[in-house]
Design a protein around this ligand. Structure first.
Ligand SMILES: [Zn+2]
Length: 458
């Protein structure tokens, strides 16, 4: 990945390439007058200290030796990327626009002119610009507007995460005791899936995500774990009776296709019970052994296994078809309708029916999806709705059945599935702060269950 700074020296803008090489010694900038270099080094050191990042260490060089002021924001971002070893990746190039103040805030001094075009011509996938600028999102360049350098770096991390599918190191800031941030902060786009996960966490719903490999299914399911609030004191005692440990953390137990029915049920306590009050994550659902799936389904219903409780959120992921290309825009799936039918039948209608939410995950175009969607209050909201939801019983949802019948278009629906949609609709209304469930909430709830109706998406 290359970093460019945007300059507008004359009639057209130009991209200035920033070169960086690592060193064990102190920061150095080559090619500028010594006074300017000194001022930049002081500024970079001050900002690094302010961000709790220690001292900057690298040698910097630019493809121009003028207008240092307009290059500083790109230079400091390059230093941060170097510190986290993020600049050697295969990611598309980025461009940075705006001047950098001593407090870290980004400002615009030049008019934007043709920065998006310059970014596009130089094959930059991301353009970072100050907040104060009013520009519309461009078609071919992902524009991110940031207030300061820290925000710019966080947005950049997200961008890298999405383009490479790797987990990035935490950006340790000075606020170590800061309130918990949005667990979705690392996931770009996929808004529907994020909403679905919030619903699951708020109402203990079971979820199945299906789609091509690399679409982010497993990452999303792991995020569900961090949306769940810590165990209450009473729950901690229940957990301690099962695994002998007193911990606030909700358990996440993963089942892999190599495991058999015995592995899941054997032992005291059985593995399936270790997921109690937490989450049982079943990746590659369609590749699991049929007996394992039947056992999970059976004990999920029964609520106990060998007197150990088995109450958990079942979270599954699978491809949409045997070849896995189903739902990919640039590839063609050649599986026949019968093959796809057989593939889904392996899981069986009984288990499929137990997933309250079942949605496709389709990879989103990096250049059109939204980068900025942080919601720092999501965990509080989920916690509040969980409390509301725990007081409701089946009767509460039975009252919503007439509304369900009015909106549902699928034939022969089991009462279990109907009630699960009623519960989802109730939770959707909760998130909107509504006391009464409306028709639009029910229609939205039905859209979270698409495997049977709309299996041949796209
Ligand atoms: Zn296929």
């Amino acid at each position: 990945m290359n970093i460019f700074a945007y300059l507008h020296p004359g009639f057209t803008g130009k991209a200035v390439k920033i070169q960086i090489s690592s060193t064990k010694g102190p920061l150095n900038l080559i090619g500028f007058p010594s006074l300017q270099t000194l001022q930049f080094k002081q500024k970079a050191s001050t900002l690094f200290a302010k961000l709790g990042q220690g001292r900057p260490q690298a040698i910097l060089q630019c493809s121009t030796s003028e207008n240092l002021k307009h290059l500083e924001s790109a230079l400091v971002l390059a230093l941060l990327l170097e510190k986290y070893h993020l600049n050697s990746s295969m990611t598309p190039d980025i461009m940075v626009f705006g001047t950098l103040n001593l407090d870290g805030s980004l400002e615009r001094e030049q008019t934007l002119y043709d920065a998006p075009q310059t970014a596009r011509i130089n094959r930059c996938g991301l353009l970072i610009a100050p907040h104060s600028l009013l520009i519309e999102n461009q078609k071919h360049v992902n524009l991110v507007q940031c207030a300061d350098i820290e925000e710019a770096f966080r947005q950049l991390q997200k961008y890298l995460l999405l383009s490479e599918g790797v987990t990035l190191p935490e950006f340790s800031t000075r606020q170590t005791n800061a309130p918990v941030k949005d667990p979705f902060a690392a996931i770009l786009g996929l808004e529907k899936a994020k909403k679905a996960l919030s619903l699951c966490a708020a109402g203990n719903l079971n979820i199945l995500l299906y789609g091509p490999p690399g679409a982010g299914k497993t990452l999303l399911l792991h995020t569900l774990g961090s949306l769940l609030p810590p165990l209450t004191e009473e729950e901690q005692h229940t957990a301690a009776k099962i695994n002998g440990k007193l911990s606030q953390k909700r358990p996440v137990i993963e089942i892999s296709p190599s495991m058999g029915e015995k592995d899941v049920l054997q032992g005291n306590p059985p593995l399936i019970s270790l997921a109690n009050q937490g989450m049982l994550l079943v990746d590659e659902l369609a590749n699991q052994k049929i007996k394992t799936l039947q056992a999970i389904s059976f004990f999920l219903d029964r609520g106990e296994c060998k007197t150990y409780p088995t109450s958990f959120i079942l979270a599954g992921a699978m491809n949409g078809c045997p070849c896995g290309k189903f739902g990919m825009e640039e590839e063609i799936c050649r599986c026949s309708e019968q093959q796809i039918e057989r593939y889904w039948n392996k899981i069986g209608p009984a288990l499929l029916d137990r997933f309250d939410i079942c949605i496709p995950i389709i990879p989103e175009d990096l250049l059109v999806c939204k980068v900025d969607s942080e919601n720092p209050h999501i965990l509080d909201t989920i916690d509040q709705i969980r409390k509301l939801s725990s007081k409701r019983n089946e009767e509460h949802y039975l009252k919503l059945l007439p509304l369900f019948n009015q909106c549902n278009t699928v034939k022969r629906v089991s009462i279990r599935r109907a009630l699960s949609s009623c519960k989802t609709a109730r939770l959707i209304a909760d998130f909107k702060g509504k006391t009464i469930v409306g028709k639009e909430d029910m229609i939205e709830a039905l859209s979270y269950k698409t495997y049977g109706v709309d299996r041949h998406y796209r």
